[in-house]
Structure formats: structure tokens, C-alpha cells
Design a binder for this molecule. Structure first.
Ligand code: AVI
Length: 322
């Protein structure tokens, strides 16, 4: 049941980030969060069912198999906040397991209204679950959820799908620290992390033969055309996926196929691209188990339990705030 929604305006933030990212000296870049407008969110849903991209299915398998075990380790009553709920499909297993024991308040936090709507449609039928969506940046949303919690209620934060890997290190640790500062001791964080796997498998996953990931990436330029009235000619750019060995992350870039100048009137900007120059649009870190314990500890969490998918190396980590 959808009880309420809180909304915000992201357009001015997009203008600021486009200005900053495209006028930087050296590597141009755009924050990966802007990949998820309504077109991008729909394309990501398609990516998650591609045979080459096993991440989402691994996450789902673990939650389907182990949600009862995860719930058994919580200390109810528990309120659930989810950062970046996406379609909400994976969350069903957790909410169903938890709602066998208590009424559940579920607070998805998303900057995409489309994703929030999908999530509310997907999960709105579960008995004993009330949904309050927050159209917010993750930490702003979490602050609001934390402020509304009842005394003695445990907060369980779901941060699934290895979205943490999209924060470039050490921003991932900084983000976990900021999250920890909002939580109380004993609160829980269920953190999904994609694990390191053979590089050829990663390259296929991030540059699939159907070109869905390419469309997902290039949509960022199309979005800037739509929202900031820019004149990117999309076929003059191409999607690039590469593995950065030094940091253990997959990267997505958008490469300019020729020298060209693009006008972005709403941002009061004109940007020249050299032939072959790229815009860095996403990092996706692939963790080792040791690394996960390390980042958890430096952010003030202990690893309570881990569940690992063998088919597509991926870990679900239950972290408890110390
Ligand atoms: C959402 N995030 C964890 C995905 C990833 O794998 O890093 C986004 C994605 N980028 C390309 N394909 C999927």
C-alpha cells in the first residue's frame, strides 16, 4: 500500500554536474547517477535480464534462498529503508520473510520517480507492508527515514545490486561512514557486492552484443539533449567498456568519434571534444571478500554473515553497526 511520497527537483543539480564534469581539465566525467532517468531505468531493467549480465540474477537468487536466514539474524521490530530500490523485485523476498513476523514499514529511497513507481507497483500487494517512497538522494532520504523511526525500532538498510561498487574508492568507504553516522548501534545494513571474476566475462557483461548497455550509456547524452536542450549528435559517440586493472573496476566511457563542439544552452556551456576523447560515466568495482570486511570495519560496521553465489560470484553481506 502506498501511503505517501516525497519529491524533489534534480534539474539544477544536473546543470551543475554537467558544467563541472564537462569542463574539467583532463578526463571529462559525468556522475553515473544520471544514467537513471525513465529511459535509463527501463534500459537497466533490460540489462538485468541479459544472459551476459549475471549480477542482478545472482543478487535475486541469494535473497530468494536466504531471506529467512537473513531475517532470523535481525532484532525486530525492524523498519526497512532501501537505497535505490529499482523495480523492487528482489526486495519482495525480504519483505515477505519479515512480514511473517511483524507489520513492516518499507521506505524505498530513489532519485528516479519512475523507479519508485515501478517499485510501488511491484510490492504494493504484500500484506502487512506499508510503503512510503522518498524521491531523494540516498543520504537525505535515509536521514528522513531515521528521523521518523519509533524508539527501540531497528533500522535495516538494504543497499543491494552492488550499487556500492559505483562509488569510486575511497568514496565507497566515505559513503558507508556517512550512512553509519545516521544509524544507531545495532542497526543493520544488507550490502550486495559483485565479486571479482574473469575479465572476459566482465567485458561481455558491460558491452553486450545486443548493444543494450551501449544504449544505457549513450542515453546520458540523449538525456542532456532532452533536459538541457543540448545538441549532442548521438551517432558521433560510442560506448566503451574497459577493465581498470589498477583498481579492480569495470569502467564505462563515452568516446567521441570525431572532433566536435556541443552546445548545452541550459547550462550556458559549449564543450569541444577531441577525436577519441572520452567522458567517464561509471565505475563498477569488483570486490574480494577481504576487501568487504575491510571497508565495513573502516566505516564502523562488523560483518555478521555473508552469503555467496557461486554461479555468478556475488556476496550478500549482513553488516551490523557497532
Ligand atoms: C547499478 N549498477 C550496480 C550496475 C553495475 O553493474 O555497476 C549498473 C550497470 N552499468 C552497466 N551495466 C549495469
Amino acid at each position: 500500500m502506498l501511503t505517501q511520497a516525497f519529491t524533489t527537483d534534480t534539474n539544477s543539480a544536473l546543470i551543475t554536474d554537467v558544467r563541472l564534469g564537462l569542463t574539467k581539465s583532463g578526463q571529462k566525467e559525468l556522475p553515473s547517477k544520471y544514467l537513471y532517468d525513465s529511459v535509463g531505468s527501463a534500459l537497466f531493467e533490460v540489462i538485468s535480464v541479459l544472459p551476459e549480465y549475471g549480477l542482478t540474477r545472482a543478487d535475486e537468487r541469494l535473497l530468494r534462498r536466504y531471506s529467512e536466514d537473513i531475517v532470523a539474524r535481525l532484532t525486530p521490530p525492524t523498519t526497512v529503508a532501501e537505497l535505490g530500490s529499482g523495480s523492487g523485485k528482489k526486495t519482495r523476498w525480504m519483505l515477505e520473510a519479515l512480514s511473517k513476523h511483524q507489520h513492516v514499514s518499507y521506505c524505498p529511497i530513489e532519485i528516479s520517480r519512475t523507479a519508485l513507481n515501478m517499485c510501488e507497483r511491484e510490492l504494493g500487494d504484500i500484506d502487512s507492508v506499508s510503503i512510503v517512497g522518498f524521491e531523494r538522494e540516498y543520504l537525505d532520504g535515509l536521514l528522513e527515514v531515521a528521523a521518523r523511526r519509533q524508539k527501540r525500532e531497528q533500522l535495516l538498510v538494504l543497499f543491494l545490486g552492488s550499487t556500492i561498487g559505483n562509488f569510486e574508492h575511497p568514496a565507497d568507504v566515505k559513503f558507508l561512514c556517512q550512512m553509519r553516522a545516521i544509524l544507531q548501534s545495532g542497526d543493520a545494513l544488507l550490502l550486495g557486492t559483485d565479486l571479482m571474476k574473469p575479465i572476459h566475462q566482465l567485458l561481455d557483461a558491460y558491452d553486450d552484443p545486443l548493444g543494450v548497455t551501449a544504449a544505457f550509456n549513450l542515453n546520458l547524452l540523449a538525456r542532456i539533449n532532452r533536459e538541457l536542450d543540448a545538441d549532442f549528435i548521438i551517432p558521433q559517440f560510442e560506448h566503451v567498456a574497459r577493465f581498470n586493472q589498477a583498481v579492480g573496476s569495470m569502467e564505462m566511457h563515452i568516446r567521441s568519434l570525431q572532433k566536435q563542439t556541443v552546445a548545452i544552452p541550459t547550462a550556458d556551456l559549449s564543450v569541444t571534444f577531441l577525436e577519441g576523447e572520452t567522458i567517464w560515466t561509471e565505475s563498477s568495482h569488483k570486490y574480494s571478500l577481504g576487501e568487504i570486511s575491510g571497508i565495513a570495519a573502516s566505516a564502523g560496521f562488523r560483518v555478521d554473515a555473508q552469503w555467496i553465489d557461486e554461479e555468478w560470484p556475488f556476496a550478500e553481506n549482513l553488516l551490523i553497526a557497532e
